[in-house]
Design a binder for this molecule. Sequence first.
Ligand SMILES: Nc1nc2c(ncn2[C@@H]2O[C@H](COP(=O)(O)OP(=O)(O)OP(=O)(O)O)[C@@H](O)[C@H]2O)c(=O)[nH]1
Length: 266
Amino acid sequence: MSSVFGKPRAGSGPQSAPLEVNLAILGRRGAGKSALTVKFLTRRFISEYDPNLEDTYSSEEIVDHQPVHLRVMDTADLDTPRNCERYLNWAHAFLVVYSIDSRQSFEGGGSYLELLALHAKETQRSYPTLLLGNKLDMTQYRQVTEAEGAALAGRFGCLFFEVSACLDFENVQHVFHEAVREARRELEKNSPARPLFISEERALPHQAPLTARHGLASCTFNTLSTVSLKEMPTVAQAKLVTVKSSRAQSKRKAPTLTLLKGFKIF
Ligand SMILES: Nc1nc2c(ncn2[C@@H]2O[C@H](COP(=O)(O)OP(=O)(O)OP(=O)(O)O)[C@@H](O)[C@H]2O)c(=O)[nH]1
């Protein structure tokens, strides 16, 4: 059973909680979703895996000097997208992975991009998506050119990178952080720019100017009446939910490295 959290709020400002970003990794079986996820979380490459496992991992990251609480869902669909709501309704951004040595996996990546485009159309929102051509260390077996990858990404308006879970950690970290940046931009775009206030008309005796008391220098007020302000309650509070994934069995007992128990790490 996988435990994931409800879609959280975007944090901002130095004293607020870290920004929370949910990232789902999609792609056909064998593309390297788990290997990339584990490489990002542990800096190590896994060579053995259980293809039936799906889980969500948490990591505290610093991206551009900003703390981010990142949750990564390493999905495990069978051959085509299934029960997609579990990630479509949860993720702020998506990594679609294919393997450069498999045309089938590239076509699978295309199906996921189509699914995401449809979801964006239905919900009238945009979901930051990165297309990743994985297994760059296998260029001698390449079946998909870099230009084809870039063209597919261009068709769906997403960023494109070729990476390898076997090679440098920095390149893998870079694409995860790019996904966070994209998600952050989108969250900031959709979150209110300033706190919301309810105004109440009420007579108050002799008070200091509002701008001075509340630090709202940029707000203008009706000078004919006295206004008192109440901060609105937070619109959405993150809610803990438990999601059972389709063919997933959690290998997680504790939230740190034991969650990787199912993998052999070398
Ligand atoms: N050479 C090479 N092998 C890789 C790379 N990434 C993954 N692999 C191997 O490819 C196989 C599949 O990797 P996984 O990470 O399990 O792929 P997945 O997309 O999670 O597949 P499912 O769990 O079946 O959905 C494994 O044998 C990995 O060791 C890579 O960058 N280079």
